[in-house]
Design a protein around this ligand. Structure first.
Ligand code: BLA
Length: 512
């Protein structure tokens, strides 16, 4: 059989999501040249909010459309936005002399000011002011004893404040795929906790954008995009990277519909300059939160990001200490008569407790004794020859054996990762730890073997097909060996040398 053609994922990466020429309909957008504040582009729905025909706003100046006081405040907020580099908010404004209140955000796009006006009606209201709220959210995280618990508490807090049905802490892994690390959800929903999703679900230009913009809201995935009206093409193609109302990619909208999600809120999590992950919130019906709630969520995301970074560093240290303990238990269980060299299978749990693996084995003068997932016997000579070319005094690890040793391609499913711990130089002898191919060990979101067919008439790429591409990408790779694991492997190597020396002593004493 012929494999189906690979989806062209580069098409995803090429979509210019920052200039969709349209916005979501829950507010209106004005794109003004500075310093004149002349309106160069306006969303076609602006008339619904500002009481005059949208088309007539083009070439008008903003002071003709907004009260003086509002414009004055807006100028100040714009100054703040130039300093922060992001959009700034002006909350709870009257703009038409009526009862209705609006939240306004403003930011710069090249030499233009982008003004977004969103009515407060129809959005949730917040009882407390955002700063007080965030203080209490952050305060509650202090109680978390572990990183997992910390992430879960954060998910709970965001769910309590935003009211979304499902709040996930989604972490990016080294290969760009991601995993749901923590989750808070309404009872009755199926958990996504622990599921992995391929890198291509969130293409690279979207990630680049999310590094600049901390928060995105889609109140109703069923919305009809509202086009921007403009006299010039350049204004119609305005860069909406930082616009809260930016119309999102239609591919992503289809993805959300497939997930049965009707509204989303997404908050970026940064570690330094890298996008560490996302707080992804979903709701099973349309849901719009106010700018105040957004402000709280955004600030929370920023503080939470800093704490994650610190916690992760502390965790590496803790892990090293735990591995050391596991190592000590393993060594304590070995006696001169019953060491790992004599009966490896007896040490299965202890070895895996020290360094998680799917199989391991001993190669010594007596040959190879393996436990669990190990290379086939006829492949051993080639593997040993390969390992023989490495430093005999240090552990050696790879997470993609077949890339270094082509003959290993024959058994990638069973063994893609190898950690070898040499304990004798001549002849070369090793403890070998093996990891299976990651594809075999990961629980995927959705059923990747049944890609949801969502290709429309225009044959766009559907979300789940990205799994095929990912599988291609990580073919022959295992879960990577962590630095703390390599460190303990070196400690273990030295301990093994001691065991061997002791055995030699006993043998010599018996002979004497
Ligand atoms: C965007 N895809 C996204 C976003 C998420 C996901 C979180 C960011 C949305 C935002 O910030 O508003 C994916 N959502 C997930 C995942 C989970 C989740 C993995 O809840 C797990 C629980 N998507 C595809 C494919 C393409 C694609 C194949 O699957 C390409 C054709 C595109 N995804 C795509 C695009 C965006 C996106 C273009 C950007 C949307 C935008 O901001 O306009």
């Amino acid at each position: 059989t012929v494999a189906p053609p690979m989806p062209d994922l580069s098409a995803c990466e090429r979509e210019r999501i920052h200039m969709p020429g349209a916005i979501q309909p829950h507010g209106c957008l004005l794109f003004c040249a500075l310093p004149s504040w002349i309106v160069r582009a306006v969303s076609a729905n602006a008339g619904d909010f500002l009481g005059r025909d949208a088309d007539s706003m083009l070439d008008a100046t903003l002071d003709m459309l907004l009260p003086n006081k509002t414009l004055h405040d807006l100028r100040n907020v714009l100054q703040a936005s130039m300093v922060s580099g992001g959009a700034e908010r002006l909350l709870d404004q009257p703009i038409d002399g009526g009862e209705e209140r609006y939240d306004i955000t403003v930011h710069m796009s090249a030499s233009n000011a982008v003004v977004e006006i969103v009515p407060r009606r129809g959005a949730d209201t917040l009882a407390t002011d955002p700063i007080t709220l965030v203080k209490s959210m952050v305060g509650r995280l202090k109680r978390a004893p572990t990183l997992e618990r910390f992430l879960t508490l954060a998910a709970n807090q965001v769910r309590a404040v935003t009211g979304f049905d499902r709040v996930m802490i989604y972490k990016f892994l080294a290969d760009g795929s991601g995993e749901v690390k923590a989750e808070a959800l309404r009872s009755g929903l199926k958990p996504f906790l622990g599921l992995r999703y391929p890198a291509s679900d969130i293409p690279s230009q979207a990630r680049a954008l999310y590094r600049k913009q901390w928060l995105r809201l889609i109140p109703d995935v069923g919305y009809r995009p509202v086009p921007l009206l403009a006299r010039s093409e350049s204004a119609a193609d305005a860069d909406l990277s930082l616009a809260a109302l930016r119309s999102v990619s239609p591919v992503h909208i289809e993805y959300l519909k497939n997930m049965d999600s009707h509204a989303t809120l997404t908050i970026s999590l940064m570690a330094g300059d890298t996008l560490w992950g996302l707080i992804a919130c979903h709701h099973s019906s349309p849901r719009r939160i106010s700018s105040s709630t957004c402000a709280a969520a955004e600030l929370f995301g920023q503080i939470f990001s800093l704490q994650i970074e610190a916690k992760e560093q502390a965790r590496e240290l803790l892990l090293a200490a735990e591995l050391r303990k596991a190592h000590d238990s393993l060594m304590a269980a070995m006696s001169a008569e019953a060491s790992i060299f004599d009966a490896p299978a007896r040490f299965d749990d202890l070895i895996k407790g020290m360094i998680p693996c799917d199989g391991f084995g001993i190669w010594s003068e007596k040959g190879f004794v393996g436990v669990g997932s190990v290379p086939p016997a006829d492949a051993m000579p080639d593997l040993l020859r390969h390992l023989g070319e490495r430093d005999p005094h240090a552990p050696y690890a790879t997470g993609a054996l077949s890339r270094e040793l082509p003959s290993a391609a024959a058994y990638v499913a069973e063994v893609s990762g190898v950690l070898s711990i040499p304990f004798s130089r001549r002849p070369r002898e090793y403890v070998l730890l093996f990891r299976r191919e990651v594809v075999q060990t990961v629980t995927w979101g959705g059923d990747p073997s049944k890609p949801v067919s969502i290709e429309g008439r225009d044959a766009r790429i559907g979300p789940r097909k990205s799994f095929d591409a990912w599988r291609e990408e990580v073919h022959g790779q295992s879960v990577p060996w962590r630095p703390a694991e390599l460190q303990i492997a070196e400690t273990f190597r030295i301990s093994l040398l001691e065991v061997i020396l002791n055995r030699a002593d006993i043998v010599n004493t018996e002979r004497r």
